[in-house]
Design a binder for this molecule. Structure first.
Ligand SMILES: [Zn+2]
Length: 72
């Protein structure tokens, strides 16, 4: 049983280079967002509370233990 060889499509060039100027705002955004997230998971409790009550703490409690932050 013979199979006909299918023609291979020509390789199309793909631009893989992303200029730093395009990446910089996203890098800053991800960095700031990560720091805010880390703050709420790690230290948002007691005297450093931004939102009163234990709501934020209860939402991030398991993440706090997972990341090894002191809790209770
Ligand atoms: Zn805990």
């Amino acid at each position: 049983m013979a199979y006909a060889a299918a023609p291979h499509p020509a390789a199309t060039p793909v631009a893989l280079r992303i200029p730093v100027r395009a990446l910089l705002p996203w890098a800053v955004f991800v960095g700031v967002f990560g720091m805010v997230l880390l703050y709420f998971v790690g230290v948002e409790q007691g005297a450093l509370t931004v939102f009163s009550g234990n709501t934020v703490h209860e939402w991030v409690h398991d993440g706090r233990h997972l990341l090894g932050f002191p809790c209770h």
